[in-house]
Ligand binder design. Structure first.
Ligand SMILES: NC(=O)c1ccc[n+]([C@@H]2O[C@H](COP(=O)([O-])OP(=O)(O)OC[C@H]3O[C@@H](n4cnc5c(N)ncnc54)[C@H](O)[C@@H]3O)[C@@H](O)[C@H]2O)c1
Length: 262
């Protein structure tokens, strides 16, 4: 995959899937625009990138706040005239059960995971038009098609909405040559899951995955870069599941399936 001389903007770049994507693209020669609300994470990223001579512009932004996105793109990014690939990876989970989900929690989760992705993409369109890559990858989740394991109803609804946003944006923006796709990761071992999953649950989840383990952030990053590269030039409006085969499971774990046949 060729990213030399390209500009790649990544939201939620301070950690997990966003960080792995920024790092993988930088290794391939891209300049990275890193968006995150976590200033400490961005500072650590700056140090790591400088050590490797990778180009980075780090922008503190709250993806759940439209005016903050506007400021980041219009003011902080004013010197960046074109973007080749936008990756919307910023996301949060909620744990609340259905009846206990508060209006505040519902709005917060949809605000970051769904509305934030919409506003980032909408405001980035002029920069994407000015670029040559003209690609967007939204980080949805297996939860978009099923039910979230770590998150609550607001997370599932937001990720399902993100697939609708992906399809519609792909349809309209095809006219200006911008491709929009989504990835649906299964369980990925990142800060998000580490905070919400016990050691016992971690082992149980791994045993449910046909390929036998949690995914790494880099497993998702590689798929994102494929969809964002010219190798995928005729792919738009689609969803790529990266889940070690988890969506194939019908209810029984692979081990239980084998045991029933012994
Ligand atoms: N980890 C998984 O198992 C998994 C599975 C499916 C989908 N996803 C999705 O992948 C994406 C990345 O998750 P991750 O696992 O890498 O999590 P993570 O917690 O490691 O990284 C998320 C990053 O987003 C940033 N962020 C959160 N809210 C923000 C906001 N309002 N403004 C700006 N930045 C914000 C955080 O500071 C953090 O750096 C999310 O959209 C998540 O829903 C994760």
């Amino acid at each position: 995959m060729e990213f030399s001389g390209k500009t790649v903007a990544v939201t939620g770049a301070g950690s997990g899937i966003g960080y792995a994507t920024a790092e993988a693209a930088a290794r391939l020669g891209a300049r990275i625009i890193a968006f995150d609300r976590d200033e400490r994470a961005l500072n650590a990223m700056r140090i790591a990138f400088e050590r490797n001579n990778w180009r980075l512009m780090a922008v503190v932004v709250d993806i759940g706040d439209e005016s903050s996105i506007e400021r980041a793109i219009d003011i902080d990014m004013a010197s960046v005239k074109s973007v080749d690939l936008l990756v919307n990876s910023a996301g949060i989970v909620s744990r609340g059960q259905f009846e206990a989900t508060t209006a505040e929690e519902w709005r917060r989760v949809l605000g970051v995971n769904l509305s934030g992705s919409f506003f980032c993409l909408q405001k980035m369109v002029p920069r994407l038009k000015a670029g040559v890559g003209r690609a967007v990858v939204n980080v949805a989740s297996l939860a978009a098609k099923r039910v979230s394991y770590t998150g609550g109803v607001s997370y599932t609804a937001a990720k399902a909405g993100l697939l609708g946003l992906t399809r519609h944006a792909a349809f309209e923006l095809a006219g200006v040559g911008i491709r929009v796709n989504a990835v649906c990761p299964g369980p990925v071992w990142t800060a998000m899951t580490q905070q919400n999953v016990s050691d016992e649950e971690r082992k149980k989840v791994a045993s449910m995955v046909p390929l036998g383990e949690w995914l790494s952030p880099n497993d998702i990053a590689q798929a994102i870069l494929f969809l964002g590269s010219p190798a995928a030039r005729m792919i738009t409006g689609t969803t790529l599941d990266i889940d070690g085969g988890l969506s194939l499971v019908t209810g029984a774990s692979p081990t239980a399936y084998q045991q029933a046949r012994e």
